[in-house]
Design a binder for this molecule. Sequence first.
Ligand code: FEO
Length: 180
Amino acid sequence: MLKQNILEALNAQINLEANSSATYLSMASWCDREGLRGCAAFFYAQSDEERMHMLKIVHYINDMDGHAIIPAVDKPDSVFESIQSVFKMVYDQERAVTESINKLMTLSQEGHDHATTVFLQWYVGEQREEEGLVREILDKIRLIGSGSQSLYYIDKELERINKARAAAAGAADAGWEAKA
Ligand code: FEO
């Protein structure tokens, strides 16, 4: 059974993950319209990941005899200034999510809720990876610069990152199946 304050904080986290998923879906759609196929594929996949993050919390709360509440999501921006500004927004969003996970972790530790602390450890690692990846993309964008060919090279870079992530996910699945 979850304590009320932890249940409320987990439900607030569901809200945050759902809004991230909607925001990234909107970014994917904008990138698609701009002809940035690599960036679009990145954000479609990222939106799915955020939904998975949300779903894990929904299942956890209900498994713990709480009630996961599914929120309405805010309408995300549908037009963006530039691909550079999009990735800066993503970085800010991920930092806000990390801060929220850290606060949840503190709450669970102070409440001696060991099950929730263990559950949240996965999110701590996930946020470290996500922030690191977005920082890497921002570094690449800065190095590529803003010349006339820059969008082409940024999109190619995102295609490379998508392939590397798909290969890593495939390897993780294969490892999982080998253990099963
Ligand atoms: Fe689920 Fe990217 O935070």
